[in-house]
Design a protein around this ligand. Structure first.
Ligand code: HEM
Length: 377
């Protein structure tokens, strides 16, 4: 059983909010309704990561704090909304729909290559290239360069700080290029976007891009690989999905619910507050556990079971809630569905070598796989 599940089950047996001694001590919200309420109440539970010294208690969304600030995720309204508005049009459902043929093309290329070889890795040959190439085209980075922008040390135990600096350096070069020659892409929109009455600095734009490039990859590829691993282990469900493809959208929500790529997110209490029967003090750190909320037995019957036709699977909180709810959720769902559906249709007899599976070990709350070897005929 996952360690987080044992820990959150133990906390849940005592109430909606519990205390963890880890990382200097912090509250953990495990109840679906309380997680949602905290995510919506940004005035009490702030995402701000203060680097200017004006509000030293605000330590952002990482517990422990992130090594580099993510200025969109780690800010509160009104600045957060101003930043988000620049990217929002690119993620509108009608815009996302336009990317469907692009996603299908990247999926078809990956599936064709796997079929030709008869073996491969469902992370590095399918999930990662599909997600990375799609996000790159959307953001406005040359697709041919996608391997340079992914973290090459996505392997167990690696220290990623040098890798992140390298990727941020390259993102800075793309920003400089678009300032000289704008296009109709997200980088150019950020380069001309005003926040707080001024143009954003290059380092601020790099931080916004980093959330898209690094934040969108592992999470979405985690969704795809978790779904494919589970379906390999449950062949009756695999056959059921092949026979009834209309079930896939709900099934993907169920995979998101049971295997959230991001286990949760941190906030800082900005005032003393009684919450879930606990006295939370100003400055306390609070972890909103999407993973625990997704398995709240008050909301989901038999919460630890994957049920492809679960009627309320979409009530999962894996994309968060409130003003910071995931901007890329529509795109992530589309990529997830396209990849899993193509494997079921074109590589139906794929079998995963479970001995070769390897998890991320270095990504904190982000869960997923870096090696998913498989054979297929
Ligand atoms: C299965 C895949 C994904 C999952 C589970 C996921 C999860 C999340 C969660 C939980 C948040 C909220 C964090 C918070 O409350 O502080 C978030 C925010 C965000 N996500 Fe995703 N994400 C996924 C894919 C993507 C993709 C593909 C993109 C874009 C390419 C993306 C872009 C963003 C951005 C920009 C934010 C920040 C929004 C804000 O703070 O206003 N995500 N994501």
């Amino acid at each position: 059983m996952d360690l987080w599940r044992a820990q959150t089950d133990a906390l849940r047996s005592r109430g909606p909010v519990g205390w963890s001694k880890k990382s200097g001590g912090h509250w953990v919200v495990v109840d679906h309704e309380y997680v949602r309420r905290a995510a919506l109440d940004w005035q009490t539970f702030s995402s701000l990561h203060d680097t200017s010294g004006e509000c030293l208690i605000a330590k952002g969304i990482g517990i422990p704090p992130l090594a580099f600030p993510l200025i969109l995720s780690e800010s509160d309204p009104p600045l957060q909304q101003e930043r988000r508005k620049i990217e929002q049009p690119f993620f509108h459902p009608s815009e996302v729909k336009r990317w469907e043929p692009v996603i299908q093309r990247h999926v078809a290329d990956a599936v064709e290559m796997l079929r030709g070889r008869g073996r491969g890795d469902l992370f590095s040959d399918l999930a990662m290239p599909v997600v990375a190439k799609t996000v790159f085209e959307l953001v406005g980075i040359d697709v041919d360069r996608w391997t340079q922008f992914t973290l090459s040390s996505a392997s167990a135990g690696a220290d990623l700080s040098g890798e992140i600096d390298r990727v941020h350096g390259m993102l800075g070069e793309v920003v400089a290029e678009r300032r000289r020659a704008p296009r109709s892409d997200i980088v150019s929109a950020l380069a001309r976007g005003e926040v707080g009455g001024r143009l954003m600095r290059d380092d601020e734009i790099v931080s916004m891009l980093s959330a898209l490039v690094l934040g969108g990859f592992d999470t979405t590829s985690g969704l795809i690989t978790c779904a494919l691993i589970w379906l390999d282990e449950h062949r009756a469900a695999h056959a059921q999905l092949r026979a009834d493809p209309a079930l896939l959208a709900n099934a993907m929500d169920e995979f998101l619910r049971v295997y959230p790529s991001s286990l949760g997110v941190g906030r800082t209490a900005m005032r003393d507050v009684e919450f879930g029967g606990c006295q939370i003090a100003r400055g306390d750190r609070v972890f909103l556990s999407w993973a625990a909320a997704n398995r709240d037995p008050k909301v989901f019957e038999a919460p630890h079971e994957v049920r492809l036709d679960r009627p309320n699977a979409a009530q999962n909180l894996s994309f968060g809630a409130g003003g910071h709810r995931c901007l890329g959720s529509g795109l992530a769902r589309l990529m997830g569905r396209a990849a899993v559906s193509a494997v079921l249709e074109h590589l139906p007899d794929y079998r995963i070598d479970h001995a070769g599976l390897q998890r991320y070990a270095s990504r904190g709350v982000v869960r997923g796989w870096v090696a998913v070897p498989a054979v297929m005929t």
